[in-house]
Design a protein around this ligand. Structure first.
Ligand code: G3P
Length: 218
């Protein structure tokens, strides 16, 4: 199972990478804006800075929503670094662009996926990754994890190679459940990854071991 960090914050990306468990990064226009990154040149430079930290698979999202615009922008993003994966929204022109990119060996991440039907289309078009947003489904009283299960079943039925990238992962139980279901990737903020480390019995046990060692060794 791959771990991606869902942020454009370079410090968080470095910290996750230094933990030794990071496989890639996902960003989106909201996350770039949150870091105060604006203007095409700065945005491109920031993607390059992210690519320089991690080993592979940095999702960079297109802003265009028309076919020609998505193709042009996707090609520009892909030219920044071989680690770039072009993130394309699940819209009609986006779907056509995913097919174009697949035919031209450019990796894609189909984003804003909320139904199994959308995930099926993304796989048929040849998306490298599909991003179902589980937290946002939970927000509207729909079971996001159930969607991951459904997509897993459908992809396995037909041997689709598109990787299920569970996105909008908000807490550790989302992540653990995604692992049980067989999501290929999860993307989440740094705190969700570091929360996996924590258990009070680990802290209590370690304190006792160190105290006992001190008693015996002075
Ligand atoms: O990867 C998608 C993600 O950025 C959305 O997360 O928490 O804004 O729903 P969230």
């Amino acid at each position: 199972m791959k771990f991606f960090i869902d942020t454009a914050n370079l410090n968080d990306i470095r910290e996750a990478y230094n933990l030794g468990v990071l496989d890639g990064v996902t960003t989106n226009p909201s996350l770039m804006a949150k870091e105060g990154i604006s203007g095409k040149e700065n945005i491109m430079k920031h993607y390059k800075a992210i690519c320089d930290i991690v080993d592979d698979e940095v999702s960079a999202e297109v802003i265009a929503t028309d076919y020609e615009g998505i193709i042009k922008e996707g090609q520009e993003l892909a030219a920044i670094d071989p680690k770039i994966v072009v993130k394309v929204p699940m819209i009609k022109d986006g779907l056509k662009a995913i097919k174009y990119f697949a035919d031209h060996n450019i990796r894609t991440n189909c984003t804003l996926v909320f139904t199994a039907g959308q995930a099926l289309l993304a796989a048929k078009a040849g998306a490298t990754f599909v991003s179902p947003f589980i937290g946002r489904l939970d927000d509207v009283a729909t079971d996001g994890l159930q969607l991951i299960e459904q997509i897993r079943l459908i992809y396995d039925n037909y041997g689709f190679e598109t990787q299920i990238l569970a996105a909008s992962v908000r807490h550790t139980m989302h992540l653990i459940k995604c692992a049980e279901i067989g999501a290929d990737v999860v993307t989440c903020p740094l705190n969700v990854i570091t929360s996996l480390l924590q258990h009070p019995l680990t802290d209590i046990g370690l304190a006792k071991f160190l105290a006992d060692h001190k008693k015996a060794n002075g």
